[in-house]
Design a protein around this ligand. Structure first.
Ligand code: GLA
Length: 718
């Protein structure tokens, strides 16, 4: 049992394999946070505290909500720190308050309505705390779901309006974690299109620091994953907390150091892009947020999440089955695709040992550039005169699988769909709807849009054998207004939009159960756990420079496993064996693919590519299912080092990549701490062998200081 209740103290202990989380109902009323850390760690003694200026309840001075470590917080009722919940009812004040009533512990989990969430397994158990507010008549359920094996705890909430008047949720942060002290560093991922996942690490300061997206997507700019760690925590040592939000729209992560020097963490929907009105009798489920804790450095935290995501987030097949090595048409020929050309690409792909041809943008409507056609999901007959079915059959006959690009949420003003239904776009009456990449956004909260899209796709893909969808999303949401919603409902549109997207993704999973979905948002613009519940993998970034990708991948791996990360090799400026070799070694951090005009590949490079793909097949499972150990960060050093270890610890894939300007010399000692001590590991390519003990002590490898240099050791226990 991972959740225990101690009646006398009214204490709940949530245990995972190596962590523990403790909360307590003080005075049968205040949900006080007591501890989160290693299993068996000491829960600090609780002392009431009285601080001048802090509001308190009569007869309970030492329980001031402003001073306690709380499990949640209510706006305007005496806790002046960043708040988890603000509701506005009939009195119009926004003052929010709930009193504890009861709890329930049950196996498995509660699934939030219409939202993706982690799958429950046999190790999953949930604690539900029930609160009520007599003024509004609302009931609040706080849910803690414990995933014991993988050290993850999720937080979500449900609000039910049992009152007589509407209530608006104005701020909603399902995860709150009040930590003692403020000796923490925060690590967050920032960037922009093509430059995602830059790791920034900084000491937390008094007041609020926050990371957020107001773009209607998780965004290239700020990922919703972040970590808090000790000041001295490294890749391999020290404590680290990691946080995720299982949601793909705008979000808010807040960290506040309060005047007493304690730290509050909040994860959720925030208030700027969200408000949701509950009519009497209605209820609202929040997306879930996750936390994990490790004492094995940032790497330990990442490994907790990697395992959890593999077991409980990704579709099962995506972890069990090898991912196809794809050839994607985009970087090769952009919109200039047609039947004949792509059939040729398929032949080339087969010849090089790849598994799949992905036809990217340009196959439908009048889509010859990015200014027309989005929304018209009908095959372009001048490019594909024999139709889609015959074309897909032709690809399969050439011995490879067939993937196709779609961007269902978008519309070009120059499209038949827009001409027929301009009111289906997000746009504010009387204002100009701003374009981005020449496109507007469809109102995914409108069921008529869902019906149109599913109707189109059903017709266009009927009988076509599709193995893979690349689901793109190439702009953020501005001018958000739905013609389908009432005025009162407009603030909920960004949230309802996301629910509409999830509904359509679920429809695809049901209608094409055999097909893989790779999600994409101009590259990594929606790199989040919600998307991962639907997809095999995510197109990590549109950036194809290997040096930039090295950093993008390193950042992504902080929170997400290799199985989710599409790593494509783009065409080097000079197509030499050396250049391909470097790109391949950098790409071997995730799932391999290629994006260039294969017809123009020089003959001497063909054999190199074949041998790369063959060796990738030998160790792909080590990345897909094994554990990841970061050793040297490219954000702090002029080279990067990491390794993957197979589940049985008999295979190791160790990579060192020199960054531009790397100085000649030696690496730090690269310690493979979990190698089997008594085993002898042999490098397939060089024939060199190392004992497990040597590897645990660490290898020191040469850095050449030359451009495009990387080492990839493929070690196997004899
Ligand atoms: C985005 C994707 C690319 C490609 C183009 C097509 O930029 O990230 O891979 O699919 O759209 O328009």
């Amino acid at each position: 049992m991972s959740i225990r209740y101690f009646e006398e103290e009214k204490k709940f202990v949530l245990s995972t394999d190596s962590t523990e989380y403790v909360l307590q109902m003080m005075k049968d009323r205040f949900p006080v946070h007591r501890y989160y850390g290693k299993k068996g760690g000491e829960v600090p003694e609780w002392k009431g505290r009285v601080v001048s200026n802090s509001p308190y309840y009569e007869g309970a001075k030492e329980y001031s909500p402003d001073v306690l470590s709380m499990e949640t917080s209510f706006f305007g009722s005496g806790d002046f720190r960043a708040t988890a919940l603000r509701l506005c009812g009939e009195d119009g004040t926004g003052v929010t308050e709930f009193a504890y009533r009861s709890f329930r512990i049950f196996p498995g989990r509660k699934t939030p309505e219409g939202l993706p969430c982690a799958r429950a397994g046999e190790d999953t158990e949930t604690l539900e705390l029930c609160f009520e507010d007599e003024v509004t008549g609302c009931r609040l359920l706080l849910l803690y779901t414990v995933f014991e094996r993988d050290n993850a705890i999720s937080r979500s909430l449900t609000l039910e309006n049992h009152g007589k008047a509407p209530v608006t949720i104005e701020k909603c942060m399902p995860l709150q974690l009040d930590l003692p002290g403020h000796s923490y560093h925060m690590l967050a991922l920032h960037g922009m299109h093509n430059y995602e996942n830059n790791v920034e690490r900084f000491p937390v300061h008094y007041g609020i620091q926050s990371v957020s997206s107001r773009r209607g997507s998780t965004s290239h700019q700020h990922n919703s994953f972040f970590a808090l760690c000790g000041e001295k925590t490294t890749e391999t040592e020290g404590e680290a907390f990691g946080f995720h939000f299982v949601y793909s729209g705008s979000f808010l992560d807040e960290v506040e150091v309060d005047p007493l020097g304690n730290t509050r963490v909040l994860v959720g929907l925030g208030s700027e892009n969200f408000a949701y009105t509950l009519m009497p009798g209605e209820s609202f489920d929040s997306p879930e947020a996750l936390m994990t804790y490790s004492r094995e450095g940032l790497g330990g935290m990442s490994r907790n999440y990697h395992r959890f995501i593999r077991h409980s987030i990704l579709p099962k097949e995506s972890v069990e089955l090898p991912h196809p090595v794809v050839l994607n048409s985009w970087e090769a020929v952009y919109f200039n695709i047609d039947q004949e050309l792509l059939l040729k690409f398929a032949e080339e792909a087969k010849d090089l040992g790849m598994d799949m041809l992905v036809m990217d943008d340009g196959w439908f409507g009048a889509r010859n550039a990015d200014n027309a056609g989005l929304g018209d999901w009908f095959v372009n007959k001048s490019k594909f005169p024999d139709g889609l079915k015959a074309f897909a059959d032709g690809i399969h006959r050439r011995g490879v699988k067939f993937g196709i690009w779609i961007e269902p949420e978008m519309i070009n003003p120059d499209s038949d769909l827009y001409r027929a239904h301009p009111e289906w776009c997000l746009s504010v009456p009387g204002r100009e709807a701003k374009r981005s990449r020449n496109q507007l956004v469809l109102d995914m909260s409108n069921p008529a849009v869902f019906d149109y899209l599913t109707g189109c796709f059903e017709e266009t893909f009927r009988g076509v054998s599709i193995d893979y969808f690349k689901w793109d999303f190439n702009r953020d949401l501005s001018d958000i207004c739905s013609r389908y919603e009432t005025t009162a409902g407009q603030k909920a549109v960004p949230f309802l939009y996301m629910k509409g997207v999830y509904r359509l993704l679920s429809w695809f999973r049901q209608h094409f159960p055999e097909a893989i979905i790779e999600t994409c948002a101009g590259g990594g613009g929606r790199y989040d756990l919600a998307m991962m519940t639907f997809g095999f993998q995510i197109w990590t970034s549109d950036m194809i420079s290997p040096y930039r990708r090295l950093r993008i991948q390193y950042g992504a791996l902080l929170g997400y496993p290799a199985a989710t990360m599409s790593c494509h090799v783009g065409k080097p400026a000079e197509a030499t064996e050396h250049a391909f070799d470097f790109r391949f070694k950098v790409a071997c951090a995730g799932m391999l693919g290629y994006e260039f005009d294969v017809r123009k590949l020089p003959d001497d490079c063909r054999e190199v590519l074949r041998s790369h793909i063959a060796s990738y097949r030998r160790f792909e499972h080590v990345m897909r299912r094994g554990d990841y150990y970061p050793l040297v960060s490219p954000f702090t050093h002029d080279y990067s080092a990491y390794y993957y270890l197979s589940e049985d610890r008999k295979e190791i894939l160790l990579t060192v990549v020199e960054q531009e300007g790397c100085k000649k010399g030696q690496t730090k000692r690269l310690r493979v701490v979990d190698a089997l001590p008594d085993a002898v590991y042999k490098d397939e390519k060089t024939g060199a062998s190392y004992t497990g003990r040597e590897l645990r002590k660490g290898l020191v490898l040469p850095l050449t200081g030359e451009r495009e240099t990387a080492i990839l050791l493929e070690l196997r226990a004899l």
